[in-house]
Design a protein around this ligand. Structure first.
Ligand SMILES: Cc1cc2nc3c(=O)[nH]c(=O)nc-3n(C[C@H](O)[C@H](O)[C@H](O)COP(=O)(O)OP(=O)(O)OC[C@H]3O[C@@H](n4cnc5c(N)ncnc54)[C@H](O)[C@@H]3O)c2cc1C
Length: 254
């Protein structure tokens, strides 16, 4: 599906992150994403960060040309939308712990809203924590971790996740965030014998499984993912190792 939407409102989430709300007549499952066309600039993948009937939002961290341009958009401006794409999270996995790191927190928020499950929001510092109030509207237990200790637990998402898993009885961890966080989440879940569903990020052009830009082994991240379970991730040889850039060149994380 492809349509033009009008931005209804823009909300500042942090010094570098804004949410854009618009009406979109589409059923979106938690964990799915949209291809967002920024007129005159680029088309980029963005997770849906909230669903309220027709109203949807995306939450965008300004890091490069397209996301900075999008940050200049205001209520009344138009965006092109294709999607939703991807598989989304399976929310029938029992008692889940949901973990969002950085702007990856946006991608897990619809799962938080749908389940009211316990949530960890991790960020570099208190300035970088996003969507805390949104999570608190849906969940009784919202725990914050910051690398510098300026808010909540002093440490990273995986350290706090290990602590909470030892104190509670979870069946599955759902997570989205930087790949280093997802890699150590995966390792911890493997060690603890805990199921996980991780939302991965790769360079995407079409979003619909055609162009092949986001292929990892035999999986297209856009179409077969972006959410993968532990046993699938075990077979993705580039996971935690590196990614392909816009030209298809392999760029190592290490
Ligand atoms: C499924 C998915 C969901 C995402 N959800 C969010 C979200 O909710 N909020 C958010 O802020 N960001 C999200 N991103 C990342 C976002 O798409 C990039 O930050 C954005 O494309 C950067 O574009 P730029 O021109 O501003 O920066 P650039 O300087 O062009 O790129 C900065 C980084 O973003 C990556 N990037 C650039 N273009 C793309 C592309 N077409 N596909 C994938 N990665 C790209 C680059 O490889 C580079 O690592 C998501 C990415 C994917 C794949």
């Amino acid at each position: 599906m492809s349509e033009t939407v009008v931005i209804k409102r823009v909300v500042d989430e942090a010094y570098d992150t804004k949410s854009f709300f618009f009406d979109l007549d589409a059923d979106v499952r938690p964990g799915q994403f949209l291809m967002v066309w920024i007129p005159g600039c680029d088309e980029i993948p963005m997770s849906v960060s909230s669903v309220d009937g027709r109203e949807k939002s995306i939450t965008v961290k300004a890091i490069g040309p397209a996301t900075r341009r999008l940050h200049e958009f205001e209520a009344g401006d138009r965006l092109g939308i294709r999607g939703p794409f991807g598989n989304g999270f399976d929310l029938s996995s029992g008692n889940v712990l949901i973990v969002g790191g950085g702007v990856g927190t946006a991608a897990v928020m619809p799962a938080v809203a749908a389940t009211g499950a316990d949530v960890i929001i991790a960020a570099r510092s208190d300035r970088d924590v996003i969507l805390k109030e949104v999570a608190e509207r849906h969940s009784k237990n919202v725990w914050i971790a910051t690398d510098d200790g300026s808010m909540g637990f002093h440490g990273n998402a995986v350290q706090l996740m290990r602590e909470k898993v030892s104190q509670h009885d979870y069946d599955c961890v759902i997570a989205c965030g930087p790949e280093v966080m997802l890699y150590f989440t995966y390792k911890a879940c493997e060690e603890l014998g805990l199921d996980c569903q991780l939302s991965l990020e790769r360079y995407m052009k079409c979003g619909a499984g055609v162009c092949g830009c986001c292929v990892m082994d035999d999986q297209r991240i856009c179409r077969d993912g972006p959410v993968f379970r532990r046993e699938q991730i075990a077979r993705l040889s580039d996971f935690g190792r590196g990614r392909r850039d816009a030209c298809g060149r392999f760029v190592s994380f290490r």
